[in-house]
Design a protein around this ligand. Structure first.
Ligand SMILES: [Zn+2]
Length: 464
């Protein structure tokens, strides 16, 4: 199936018709509830237009604020589906039908088998899903196209009063929300058209789409998060960073977004209903999310950076805990005023990579995280992102305690070169990181900050 491109709604009448309300009501929604309506650039008088996609998103987000649809009919009519169809009450007279229907069912039972088989064989689960330009394409095992979902936010369409220049599917994944087949997730990054007259308008939006296995839109999510740190507000533009699926009786999708320009980032949790809950706020970008399960315990690792400490950082989050924020110093510019008051289970701040610091690199990132196949431990790499083979690798036990550290071969080569050229004052063989290990700062609720001595993976060779 191919979704029609979103038309533009010109004038209050068209907007009101689209929403199934009168003009005065939708004007009030614009004034009082921030419904997205745009003035026609250079238009005379009060000429306005609206974009159906934006109205859908606003309806959805506004309904989240009140936890109920403000206009469920508008959302249901277009099968956007943030509000399940099953919520509709069956007609009161359905019982009367039941007896008569039973007879008919018996008569049709034989034919029903054949119909059921046909329907079932047509519902082929995609073997593979990929992004092609501004569309998501699902293919069967024999490579035939099962369906194509064309993004409504496509190049040339209007959003926030700007022309979309580029729509890129930045990530795509399958997710099990306990449907008959796994759903399809897509993270879409939009940028403005730099050649359009309104290119000066800073503009970017990231949206997560959840499609059913047969290509129907179940919900989409664009963060409208506002965070205040030390009196300064950050309202995005929020860029998709990473996601991870949390299985269980109520599966949830955790998605990390980061500010395009500034340092804040956060993790939002989305259930099968698409209702968002902010789970974690970090004073620094989050680059990776990994779920780890050890025996009965499961937690989420969020790796990235902390800008107050100017260092790679790792949060250990218990998915059953209340929402939390990274531990920051009171009164610092990184102390959050509007964040959840909880704290992560653990929070680690890693020492600088000596060779990166000596080369003037401002900080490193805890990314990637690698979980061992038996899930009983994991490795966190500290990297600069510019030279991925220069890294410190920390091995953590299953209960998230750092047990050892090792630097990569390339790290020691660079260390040796920097010693030869006088940028470092000791040879790799004499490096304290290699002979004694390093100190990682760990934050735990209850105890606060402590230093954890992490030994090197290998002892220095004898008789060197
Ligand atoms: Zn050294």
């Amino acid at each position: 199936m191919v979704a029609a491109p979103a038309p533009r709604l010109d004038g209050w009448k068209a907007i009101a018709d689209y929403l199934g309300r009168d003009v005065r009501t939708v004007q009030r929604w614009r004034d009082e509830r921030g419904m997205p309506v745009h003035r026609v650039p250079g238009g005379r008088g009060g000429a306005v237009f609206a974009v159906p996609l934006e109205l859908d998103q606003w309806l959805f987000q506004a309904s989240l604020a009140t936890r109920k649809p403000i206009d469920s009919t508008a959302a249901e009519r277009r099968d956007v589906g943030p509000f399940p169809q099953s919520a509709r009450k069956p007609a009161a007279s359905w019982r009367k039908w039941l007896r008569a229907a039973t007879v008919v069912t018996c008569v049709l039972a034989l034919g029903g088998v054949a119909v059921a088989v046909i329907i079932d064989s047509r519902r082929v689960a995609p073997a593979r899903v990929e992004s092609v330009a501004d569309a998501i394409v699902a293919r069967a095992a024999d490579d035939s196209v099962l369906w194509t979902y064309r993004l409504p936010e496509r190049p040339g369409s209007q959003l926030d009063g700007a022309v979309v220049g580029n729509a890129v599917v930045s990530a795509i994944a399958r997710a099990d929300f306990h449907g008959p087949d796994p759903d399809v997730l897509a993270a879409v990054t939009l940028t403005r058209d730099l050649d359009s007259p309104d290119a000066s308008r800073s503009f970017l939006r990231n949206t997560v789409y959840r499609l059913s296995s047969n290509g129907k839109l179940r919900w989409m999510f664009s963060p409208l998060t506002r965070l205040t740190f030390a009196g300064r507000e950050f309202a995005g533009q929020w860029v998709f960073g990473a996601w991870v699926m949390l299985p269980g009786t109520k599966p949830r999708l955790w998605v990390a977004f980061r500010d395009r320009v500034w340092w804040p980032s956060f993790i939002v949790s989305l259930g099968s209903d698409g209702i968002p809950e902010t789970m974690f706020v970090n004073a620094g970008h989050i680059w990776t999310l990994v779920r780890i399960q050890v025996r009965d315990e499961a937690y989420v690792l969020a790796g990235g950076v902390n800008n107050e400490y100017r260092a790679a950082a790792l949060a250990v989050l218990d998915e059953r805990d209340a929402p939390s924020a990274s531990p920051q110093s009171n009164g610092s510019p990184f102390s959050c005023d509007t964040c959840p008051s909880g704290r992560p289970r653990e929070y680690f701040v890693f020492p600088r990579l000596e060779v990166a610091a000596a080369n003037g690199v401002p900080y490193e990132y805890a990314d990637p995280i690698h979980v061992s196949t038996n899930s009983s431990d994991f490795e966190v790499s500290i990297t600069t992102k510019s030279q991925l083979d220069v890294r410190a690798v920390y091995r953590f036990s299953g209960d998230a305690k750092p047990e050892s550290v090792a630097m990569s071969d390339r790290y020691w080569e660079i260390h040796r070169d920097m010693f030869k050229t006088g940028k470092l004052d000791h040879a790799p063989e004499d490096c304290p990181e290699r002979t004694q290990g390093v100190v990682v700062r760990m934050w735990q609720s209850g105890t606060g900050w402590t230093d954890v001595k992490v030994p090197p993976t290998f002892a220095p060779p004898d008789g060197r």
